[in-house]
Structure formats: C-alpha cells, structure tokens
Ligand binder design. Structure first.
Ligand code: PSV
Ligand code: MN
Ligand code: MN
Length: 424
C-alpha cells in the first residue's frame, strides 16, 4: 500500500504550529541549527529486509498480521517508512531469503519508492533446502575444501545479484566457530577463512566494498572465527583496501567500549559499516536507543569526530543500517522508533562543542569534558529532526501518522492476519 501525499500534508498542517514553537526554541539554543538540519536531511539509514517481520527467538515466534510475504511487499513496507520519515531510503537484502526473480523489475519497483540497494548479505549460517553440503561445522573455516568452495560460490552469486540491483557492497557475517574446546584448530580455522574470503574478495567489482562483520558468540558458544574487531581488522587488513570492518552494536561482550573501537577503526581507515540496534544482554536486536541511549551518543560522538578528522562525508562514506527485529512490537513502528533514535543521536553528536572539549582534554579538565558531552546529550533536538523531515516531504510525527492512518490494519486487510515474512 502507499501513503497518499495529502495525508502527510494534512498531518503536517495539524502539527505545524506546535512544531514551529519547538523549533524556534531549539534554534535559539544551538549555534548551528541550519547546518545540522541539512546534515539530517542528507542522512539515510538502510532497513534490512529481515526486520519487516516479527523476529522471534529460539523459543518461539509470534507472527504479526500483514507481514510482507515476498520481496515486493518488503520493498513496499520500506517505501512506507521512507514516505513517513524520508530517512529510510535504502534496503539491505539477505540472499537466499530475498532472491529476486527478476532483478530489472525489482530495481524499478524500488526506484518508484525512492529506495536504493544497500549492502548485500550472504548466508552460510543455515542449510538451505536442496543444498549439497552442510554448514553444521562451519562454512569458510570448514575442514573440507568442498564446503569452503560452496560458501565462496554462494558469496560470489550474492555479489552478482547485487550488481544487477545497483548495490555496491557485500557484508559477510559468518557464524563459523566452535561449541567445545578442542573442536577446532584456531589457526587452521583462521587460515581457511582468510583464504575463502580472499577468493570472494578477488571477485569483488572494483567499485565495491566488502564488510567483515564480527560477533562474539552465538550460534557458537566456545569460539567464533570472526569473533571481535581485532580478528575482523586482521582479515580486512590482509584482504586489501576494499575490505573493511563492520560494527554491529549487539555483537560485543558485555560492557565493551564500542566508542573506543569505532574511534580506532576510523583512525585506521578500516571502519566500513554499522548495524544499529540495542541490547541488554547479548545480540538482543532491540530498538535502537531503547536501552543505552548515552552509549549510542558516545559512539556517534566518535563517529562525527573521527569522520570530520578524515574529511569524510557523514552520509555516504560509511554504510549505515539497522539490524534489529523482535517479538513484541509492530516491526514498522519499531523501525520508525529506531530511525528516530539514530537521527536524534546524530544531531546531538553534531552539537558537541569540539573546541571546548579539546581544550578541556588538553587541560585534564575532566569535569568540563563531561559537561561538554552532556550539554549536547541533554539538548532536546527532536524539533530539528522533525524539521529535516518536513523539508524533505516527510511527516512531522511519523509514528503518530502511522497509527492515525491505520496502516497496519490496511496491511492486514491486504495480506492477511496470519502472514510470515521470509527471513529469520
Ligand atoms: C548476525 O547476528 C547478524 O547481526 C548478521 O548481520 C546477520 O546477517 C543478521 O544478524 C541477520 O541474521
Ligand atoms: Mn548484524
Ligand atoms: Mn546480530
């Protein structure tokens, strides 16, 4: 379904007076409101195809109604999000969950909604029906060369789909590892993985990037062969200039200092992409900003500082994506909340008084350094984010409009009350 333009306009007319009052207040408070609004207009966050259905856990899945039943409907859902917030203009596909039957038609459909194809994701963590060899004991790390070759071939096939759709990056997340001590020779597993990744890297088009995503544990619970940023950095460095580390916020051991990891990877020119989510315990994939908003701010603070130091373009030089999905919320509402949290936090990071912070650091003035950061974090920038949406043709209050327009009810009417999106 599509959200008619007049509904957005009517919603904005109703909300405009209150919005203008809030905007005037924050614009008077901050120095660079116009520049921040423009940066927010430019910033786009890709939506993963697998976040549009209820995620579930290994204990169960409670399907929601009106979930997209195929790739076309997933694109339509992201089209809805993008119409509402104008910041979700890209989709990230997972193959084989999202195999396009006809890439030309799919590309044209996405273009109708103003949606581009973000990073392509390969899947060698599940066995597919009819698959010749099993990934039970890993894919690129496997002791059997034939299994490794199957994983390599799959990744090259994913690149081909991506080329046909106009994507320009491949994210490789491997669940490879071991569940028990002694199961695996760590060095051989690393070497096999490196050699396999090198084969895929050799097939990468010249204008593509390859993202090596790490994760501390799950589904393997003793060791993971790309388990942390050090290992990912090692692979990416050995692979070459087109390979980068991808940071998924949920993939660290508890209390990891993710902002420091981000700062150093950026310094080394090896940070490639980001998967946003939030978590309390492990890879919980909860709504961005729902559990640790200050940590998210500290990460964005490093991103802005590190990218500016290198003269990087915030909007285009890193891959920004949400990687979250779970059991209890309407997935589209969850994604609207996640994008909003990202935009708010990005705006707050842009507010940080960098000169004052650098001076405080040079003086070992710990108190002022904290004051500078928290001054930005505690500023209510929601009106700046809303203004960026308004200028781009989106809705002032996307979530409120989603509810008042009864979008989920219409999706259920179209697609049925018991639908299961393909994916996790
Ligand atoms: C793994 O936990 C992960 O974060 C990777 O990005 C996967 O591709 C994605 O989730 C979906 O399973
Ligand atoms: Mn991820
Ligand atoms: Mn994950």
């Amino acid at each position: 379904m599509e959200l008619e333009k007049y509904k957005i306009e009517a919603h904005n007319d109703d909300a405009l007076q209150t919005h203008n009052r809030r905007l005037a207040f924050v614009a008077a408070e901050v120095e660079n409101a116009e520049a921040i609004i423009q940066k927010l207009v430019d910033f786009q966050v890709a939506i993963p195809s697998w976040a549009l259905g209820t995620g579930g856990t290994r204990f169960g899945r409670f399907s929601g109604g009106g979930e997209p039943r195929n790739l076309e409907e997933k694109i339509a859902d992201i089209g809805l999000l993008h119409a509402l917030n104008k910041s979700s203009g890209a989709i990230s596909l997972h193959i084989p969950w999202d195999i396009p039957e006809n890439t030309t038609n799919i590309k044209a459909l996405a273009a109708q909604y103003g949606i581009q194809f973000d990073a392509m994701n390969s899947n060698t963590f599940q066995d597919q029906p009819g698959q010749e060899l099993s990934y039970k004991f890993g894919s690129m790390q496997h002791v059997d060369k034939a299994v490794r070759q199957q994983a390599i071939d799959h990744n090259i096939e994913v690149i081909k789909y991506g080329q046909a759709l106009g994507s320009n990056s491949l994210t490789v997340w491997l669940s490879d590892g071991s569940c028990f001590p002694g199961q695996l020779n760590f060095r051989k597993a690393f070497q096999n993985t490196l050699e396999s990744l090198q084969q895929v890297y050799a097939a990468l088009p010249a204008d593509w990037k390859m993202f090596v995503e790490y994760k501390a544990f799950e589904p393997n619970f003793y060791s993971t062969t790309v388990g942390d940023w050090g290992q990912s950095y090692l692979y990416a460095s050995k692979l070459g200039d087109q390979a980068y580390t991808l940071v998924d916020l949920g993939h660290h051991l508890p209390n990891a200092n993710i902002e420091q990891i981000v700062a150093l990877l950026l310094m080394e020119g090896k940070l490639g992409g980001f998967h946003f989510n939030d978590s309390k315990y492990g890879d919980d994939d909860l709504t961005v900003g729902s559990i640790k908003p200050y940590q998210l701010f500290l990460i964005f603070n490093e991103l802005v500082e590190g990218m500016d130091a290198k003269g990087m373009n915030h909007a285009t030089d890193l891959g920004w994506m949400i990687d979250a999905s779970h059991n209890v919320k309407d997935p589209l509402e969850d994604l609207l909340q996640s994008v909003e949290a990202i935009m708010i936090t990005y705006a707050q990071a842009l507010l940080v008084d960098r000169k004052k912070l650098a001076a405080a650091q040079a003086d070992n003035d710990v108190v002022t350094a904290q004051e500078v950061l928290q001054q930005a974090f505690r500023t209510d920038v929601r009106a700046l984010v809303a203004e960026a949406r308004l200028r781009s043709g989106g809705a002032l209050q996307p979530l409120a409009l989603y509810r008042s327009a009864d979008i989920r009810a219409q999706l259920i009417k179209q697609r049925g009350a018991k639908t299961v999106a393909t994916g996790l």
